[in-house]
Design a protein around this ligand. Structure first.
Ligand SMILES: *Cc1c(COP(=O)(O)O)cnc(C)c1O
Length: 399
């Protein structure tokens, strides 16, 4: 067989795309941590205060979680041996779902390998041809992927805009058999909170299901970090409460909390649950320890909020524009991409690890440094970081 003249070298598309990304300075450079994820660790060979992890409660390297992981390995081994529905459900997998349901105040819950697997696996099973998905325009990529895997009609509403949600529902609801209204709980780029109380009210008027992705609200919002549903006192009103163990809980794993029938349905339908290996015992043990810890010690979440208020006030007092965050995610607005990149570089030299967030992750002209404090940062570390940002901000003419 002859090679077509049109046929290009098999990896040419990769070469071209990488060249384009490098040219635009949009290619990811991986930073290497030589040590655990904690408030201060070695990053790219330099001891740095970490202000860009999702380790909100400082649990990633917590002795109780490590101890629980080791214990689980000793009792159950290094791997689970199978997918959940064949031979990969151990006693601790069941225990984790029981403790999680109790913590969330729901009848039942189901754990997946990751939050990404939960969103991409569940959304596609909840709606199909003839149905409607209504999604906030700034929803997370894993929600977008989940929506793309369905044949349901998909429409977006303006970010957090209840009137627009009503308009979109009015225009599209009549022909839909089922409707799924879906939103992030806390939006990861701005740190703002979805008006879930109002969204739920509007959705119910149309007989829609409500699905919230609480990845950044878990362990952060609500009493003892129970999340956004508890924050708005919406227990029993949100059909699908999805979250993750990879952020505040310091480990890895996704989950959906809700009714018994929802769990039964998802465990029979979700492809990553049916077709991909279950969590190794160490992960499950550490997740269990994380929930037990936040349940028994309210001071961890309280410290997170004290640090959040302290750091936000420091940035504001220095004169920075910190957007409209309501959570420990605090952007330092820089405008131009180059300013954000330079500020991150100055911070790193000063011993603070943060990353610039630039187009296309955020709109053009809205480049920023995204800072995330944790409950394990000391006041001294926060003061050092504030000082470094103030000096850098002045140097770059931001403040
Ligand atoms: C991080 C994140 C996820 C993915 O969670 P993982 O458990 O890390 O896969 C999903 N949704 C949102 C909003 C997130 O921020």
């Amino acid at each position: 067989m002859q090679m077509s003249e049109k046929r290009e070298a098999p990896d040419l598309f990769m070469q071209k795309e990488i060249a384009r990304l490098k040219e635009a300075n949009l290619d990811w450079k991986v930073h290497e941590l030589d040590g655990p994820s904690q408030s201060k660790t070695i990053v790219d060979g330099k001891k740095s205060i970490v202000l860009c992890s999702n380790n909100y409660l400082g649990l990633a390297n917590h002795p109780k979680l490590k101890e629980a992981a080791v214990r689980a390995i000793e009792e159950y081994g290094a791997g689970s041996g199978s997918v959940r529905v064949i031979a990969g459900t151990m006693k601790i997998h069941i225990e984790l779902e029981r403790i999680l349901s109790e913590y969330k105040g729901v009848p039942d819950s189901i754990v997946f390998q990751s939050g990404f697997a939960a969103n991409s696996g569940c959304i596609q099973q909840l709606v199909e041809e003839g149905d409607l998905i209504v999604s906030d325009e700034l929803n997370h990529g894993s929600i977008i992927d989940g929506c793309r895997l369905t044949s349901a009609k998909r429409v977006v509403f303006k970010h957090k805009d209840i009137e627009d949600l009503g308009r979109v529902l009015d225009q599209n609801a009549s022909s839909a058999r089922r409707i799924l209204v879906i939103t992030d709980g806390v939006f990861s780029m701005d740190g703002d909170i979805a008006p879930l109380d109002k969204i739920t009210k509007v959705a119910k008027n149309y007989g829609a299901m409500v699905y919230v992705d609480d990845a950044h609200g878990d362990g952060v919002l609500g009493e003892n970090g129970r999340g956004i549903v508890n924050h708005f006192k919406l227990e029993g009103k949100v059909d699908i409460e999805m979250g993750t163990f990879s952020k505040a809980f310091g480990v890895v794993g996704g989950y959906v909390a809700g009714s018994h029938i929802l769990k039964q349905y998802l465990m029979n339908k979700v492809r990553p649950y049916l077709l991909s290996g279950s969590h190794p015992p160490a992960v499950v043990g550490a997740c269990l320890a994380a929930i037990r810890l936040v349940q028994s010690d309210p001071s961890i979440v309280q410290t997170l909020w004290e640090n959040t208020r302290y750091f936000k006030k420091g940035l504001k007092d220095a004169g920075f524009d910190i957007g409209h965050s309501e959570t420990p995610i605090t952007p330092i607005m820089c405008g131009e991409s180059s300013i954000a990149q330079n500020l991150a570089q100055l911070a790193f030299v000063g011993g603070v690890f943060v990353l610039p967030i630039v187009f296309p992750m955020v709109a053009k002209g809205k480049a920023r440094i995204r800072t995330i404090v944790t409950s394990s940062h000391s006041k001294e570390e926060l003061d050092t970081a504030l000082d470094v940002f103030e000096k850098g901000g002045k140097k770059l003419g931001l403040i």
